[in-house]
Design a binder for this molecule. Sequence first.
Ligand code: DX5
Ligand code: ZN
Length: 219
Amino acid sequence: MAKPVLIAPSILSADFSKLGAEIAAVEAAGADWIHVDVMDGHFVPNITIGPQVVKALRGHAQKPFDVHLMISPVDPYIEAFAQAGADGLTVHPESGPHVHRTLQLIRKLGKKAGVVLNPATPIDALDNLMDLVDLILIMSVNPGFGGQSFIESQLAKIEAARKRIDATGRDIALEVDGGITPATARRAIAAGATVLVAGTAVFQGGPSQYAANIAALRG
Ligand code: DX5
Ligand code: ZN
């Protein structure tokens, strides 16, 4: 039987005035991973949080920290995020000149290495990286903001990534990020996703709704 899908709430949609409490609340509501969106106002048109905040939050969480780095250049900050308590670090091939080296560095630091493909980034970007990745993230919106609509064309890319993962015989996570709702969650799972990132769909309605919101995404 297939493993149940994992839900990774994106704290981008949480109440930033009480992030520690928000993380504790989504964990109590059934979150599997905590997805942390790091943005620099340069690689993407929004600025969020840095390693100091990740470090401060780490003590409030039990679940793995899935850190999505939308910063360029990314290499100078990998070690700081690793030391801050990230369990996995996911990078865009466009965020530095040598993504292969970046993934090697993440592995060397003992963290799970992820590569993330923007909606316009072809699946072939994975060609020479499969042996270095523990996670593949398919963006189903253009990165930068929560609350956008799921881009349909990415379903075919999820299916293509699923085939490539199965061909390796390894347990590589296939994560989807952006515009996930109960309806798009079902389609992403059918296409082969094993981890769903959701911001709006988890945090809408406040803490009393988190458990129901997460359950609705599991299908
Ligand atoms: C977008 C981020 C996403 C975002 C998802 O750049 O990578 O993680 O927070 O938000 P929703 O689920 O609202 O589309
Ligand atoms: Zn993200």
